[in-house]
Design a protein around this ligand. Structure first.
Ligand code: PMP
Length: 395
């Protein structure tokens, strides 16, 4: 019956993670997967999140099915966080927000929605982008294509505008709101404003992916792209995640919001999102969403969370500086300033696939073959070793 089923090639990043777990070498370093590790190399359980979880558990509330669109307190908290409680778009009820199953779930619901209601639209993805973007959209039957994003170690803004300027109206343009995965290279504020103008003029539909809020310049600062599109006044989609900033990966905290021209359209969009959810997973799980909502809706916990996010961000920045310093000393004549200017968990190191293989085989340092490094896997104990190994393969 199943003999014709081909084997699954596996996900390159998750497979690398499995290979790392099996590697017996002491001192091995995993810089492949997009997870924040603390100074001790552990995934932190944030104090704000633990306190919220205690409150949720103490309530010992019944666990009925949630509505298809998720819990009301989660959805309003997400809108307040991302758009601001007092923003006219929020007050007017013209944003449709659903609680997803992680932001991957939000992306998938959006992909099904776009396929059904924008059947001739293509999705434009940055080149490069998170591998799963293509898989999710194509899995829903949507054609994808790319726009230039990264050239010679920097943002190719002109190339990006040139291609998007020619994109057919109603094309969907997927953009990383901050901390671009995999390059770590973001648009600056002026570039976001220029891009927002072009998207409006060309009647393109922006889709922001905000998976790393707080890891760039701050929880509020990292909303610049969101605020810019909101101010530009056009419709857009936004998938956001609490996996990284609340260190809640397995709880699948995330949402999808669709900013609409008016409340009547938002209502219809929400209805269609519910339809997509009903025939997929029916409704989201309760626990993770209630933990997220409790952090966001309790002022003391929110303040504590903000500090904890700042500490994670600052630690990554310190690792960027340390790596830059050691590498600049060990490989004189090569400019490593990109480690300082890139933002978020990831850096494109500029290492070739062969150099990445050598790092793994000879030094037990794991990166993705594209040369992407998860800087959040570095700490004071391994940063010198990693920099030394990188210097060795670069020489
Ligand atoms: N978008 C991007 C760019 C990501 O890097 C990730 C996680 N690696 C996600 C979305 C999905 O995050 P999650 O499903 O855990 O919320």
């Amino acid at each position: 019956m199943f003999a014709h089923i081909p084997p699954y090639a596996g996900d390159p990043i998750l497979s690398l993670n499995e290979a790392f777990q099996k590697d017996p070498r002491e001192g091995k370093v995993n810089l492949s997967i997009g997870i924040y590790f603390d100074e001790d190399g552990k995934i932190p359980a944030l104090a704000s999140v633990r306190a919220a979880e205690k409150l949720v558990v103490e309530k010992a509330a019944a666990r009925p099915y949630l509505p298809m669109e998720g819990a009301a307190n989660f959805r309003s908290a997400v809108q307040n966080l991302l758009f601001g409680a007092d923003h006219p778009a929020v007050r007017a009820g013209r944003i449709a927000t659903i609680q997803g199953v992680g932001s991957s779930g939000g992306l998938k619901v959006a992909a099904d929605f776009l396929h059904a209601h924008f059947p001739t639209s293509k999705v434009f993805l940055s080149n490069p982008t998170w591998d799963n973007h293509r898989a999710v959209f194509e899995g829903s039957g949507i054609e994808t294509t790319t726009y230039p994003y990264y050239k010679d170690g920097a943002l190719d803004f002109d190339g990006m505008l040139e291609v998007l300027d020619k994109a057919p109206a109603r094309s969907v343009v997927l953009l990383h709101a901050c901390c671009h995965n995999p390059t770590g290279v973001d648009l600056n504020r002026g570039q976001w404003q220029r891009l927002a103008q072009l998207l409006n003029e060309r009647e393109l539909l922006p889709f922001l992916d905000l998976a790393y809020q707080g890891y760039g310049d701050g929880l509020d600062e990292d909303l610049f792209a969101v605020k810019t599109l909101l101010d530009a006044g056009g419709p857009f989609l936004l998938a956001n995640s609490f996996s990284k900033n609340m260190s809640l990966y397995g709880e699948r905290g995330g949402a999808l919001s669709v900013v609409c021209p008016d409340a009547a359209q938002a209502d219809k969009v929400l209805g269609q999102l519910k339809f997509m959810i009903r025939r997929n997973y029916s409704n989201p799980p309760t626990h993770g969403g209630q933990v997220v909502a409790t952090v966001l809706n309790t002022p003391e916990l929110y303040a504590q969370w903000k500090d904890e996010v700042a500490a994670m961000r600052t630690r990554i920045l310190a690792m960027r500086s340390a790596l830059h310093e050691v590498l600049s000393t060990k490989v004189p004549g090569r400019n490593f300033d990109y480690f300082l200017s890139q933002r978020g968990m990831f850096s494109y190191t500029g290492l070739s696939p062969e150099q990445v293989d050598a790092l793994k085989n000879e030094h037990a340092v794991y990166l993705v073959r594209s040369g992407r490094m998860c800087v959040a896997g570095l700490n004071r104990r391994n940063v010198e070793v990693v920099a030394g190994a990188m210097a060795a393969v670069l020489r």
